[in-house]
Unconditional design. Sequence first.
Length: 245
Amino acid sequence: MSQLDIVALTCSYGEHQVLSGINLTVKPGEIVSLIGGSGSGKSTLLRVIMGLTKPQGGAVRVENKEVDYDSVQSVRDIREKVAIVFQQYNLFQNMSVLENVMVTPVKVQKRDQHTVREEALALLEKVGMRHKSDAYPANLSGGQQQRVAISRALALKPKILLLDEVTSALDPELVGEVLNTVRQLSLEGITMILVSHEMNFVREVSHNVAMMDQGKIIEFGPPAEIFGAPKKQRTQDFMKRIAWH
Ligand SMILES: Nc1ncnc2c1ncn2[C@@H]1O[C@H](COP(=O)(O)OP(=O)(O)O)[C@@H](O)[C@H]1O
Ligand SMILES: [Mg+2]
């Protein structure tokens, strides 16, 4: 069974077609990375999955259930199953770290506060942030805030986690700690779609890599193939242009 099926998905901003027939299947526990140049449609694909941007055509199915992006309930359902972390971590500044992680499970999902608290502390422990439970975002580094943002997403118990360039806004010396958090999650079997420019990392953690160009997936396969022997000229050029470090 697949966990996520994307079939012939299209999306436009006005006249500008941004996704042109995306097909992608993600199996449970699989990590698929989206790579490709700026403007190739990576973020839009994740936004469409979440119901933040409406598709024009095609289908998204989570566990074989098709999402109806015109239905408020259906979009609500998908946000119970899929969580996203953005480049800008957007923590609630007026809440402590622990409150940030607890707020949606308690206020929106109406789950038991005591249980949520225990789970939130365990998640913060996992990302190495439990000792900052009572701190406020303004007093944390960007890397620490991003790790809190990842635990906040995990507190929703998503079936699928989408990560959109979660290290791109960080100072270089803070990138490693966030990648380590994601690396640890990747070992736990959570299904992920990852957008990242950290190519060594992508190569290490992904089961499959999708190369996007102009709203299409132009090449798809295991990292050894995509990085080691890319077939498409566009992929080869992209590999040459990106900074490897
Ligand atoms: N809100 C928007 N309105 C109009 N055009 C947009 C909007 N968001 C993105 N685009 C355009 O869609 C294309 C794909 O963008 P995006 O999905 O952000 O690419 P990527 O994440 O791969 O850099 C780009 O040409 C971008 O300019
Ligand atoms: Mg993007």
